[in-house]
Design a protein around this ligand. Structure first.
Ligand SMILES: Cc1cc2nc3c(=O)[nH]c(=O)nc-3n(C[C@H](O)[C@H](O)[C@H](O)COP(=O)(O)O)c2cc1C
Length: 257
């Protein structure tokens, strides 16, 4: 293993940060690494919004379901799918004003996500830590208003960034062979599926039972196993239907659908 691959294997999300600030030069290194990612047609159809201001962070904190790492971190980065800039350029250049459709949203989202992971890896290589926050997509409309995003700009992923003040254990991944298919998709037997999730089931439930707040939560929803925790507590059908409806409505408002 070279150093870079070792770094990839030692990733863990950081949710507690020290008071140490991030210098502008380190921030710019991270952001230029983001901009070096592959990008569809080299259009770089993404933007990054840097949140440092305390009052702005407080507004973002509400939209991010009050997850404490946002206030704890010196910086929050929001990666947005962005065809606003390109579409203005098209108009000013008397070119057809394309890219106001769902396919373009997907293309721009992929650009934004690739850029975000480049930024994440660059930050980790500088000794920083981060935690992605899925609430970026769940609250895309609200965050879009706070950040004053124009049409054809939608927040897709974001993470809290800073210097770690904790060293959590590495979290295991599903067995590699269960994720990889050679040549054609191998459709799992039921036995294989249960085997793939066997260790996750034991460790996942232990993690929930060891934390008093999470233990109470699984008791409240009556979850008997990890799969039930996922669908009765964390990612319920109602919540995901609502997020889906909200997101589709926002994509329409932002001229992508
Ligand atoms: C798109 C995305 C959204 C996430 N959203 C949250 C979140 O809202 N809150 C949180 O605490 N962790 C969040 N995470 C972090 C994951 O929980 C974490 O990556 C996963 O449990 C694996 O742990 P590790 O990153 O420490 O290896 C998110 C990760 C990703 C990739």
């Amino acid at each position: 293993m070279n150093e870079f691959i070792q770094q990839l294997h030692s990733h863990r999300s950081i949710r507690k940060f020290s008071d140490k600030e991030i210098s502008q030069s380190d921030l710019e290194l991270i952001l230029s690494a983001a901009a070096s990612a592959s990008s569809s047609g080299n259009m770089q159809s993404f933007s990054v919004v840097v949140t440092r201001d305390r009052a702005m962070k407080e507004r973002m904190y509400q939209a991010h379901f009050e997850q404490s790492m946002l206030m704890d971190a010196p910086i929050f980065l929001t990666f947005c799918a962005d065809f606003y800039r390109m579409r203005r350029w098209l108009t000013l250049s008397e070119a057809a004003n394309n890219f106001d459709n769902y396919m373009s949203f997907m293309i721009a989202s992929i650009d934004a996500i690739l850029a975000s992971q480049n930024a994440a890896l660059a930050a980790e290589s500088l000794g920083m830590g981060l935690c992605y926050m899925g609430t970026t997509l769940a609250s895309a409309g609200e965050i879009g208003e706070i950040l004053e995003l124009p049409e054809n700009v939608v927040p897709v992923v974001g993470f809290a960034l800073g210097h770690p003040d904790e060293a959590p254990d590495l979290r295991k991944r599903l067995p590699l062979e269960s994720l990889i298919h050679y040549e054609k998709y191998h459709k799992y037997s039921d036995e294989e599926v249960l085997e793939i999730y066997r260790e996750r089931e034991v460790e996942g439930m232990k993690r929930y039972r060891d934390n008093p707040r999470l233990h109470q939560m699984i008791k409240d929803v009556g979850a008997k196993n990890l799969a039930q925790v996922y669908t009765q507590a964390k990612y319920t059908e109602e919540s995901h239907l609502k997020y889906s409806e909200d997101l589709i409505a926002y994509l329409k408002r932002q001229n992508f659908f």
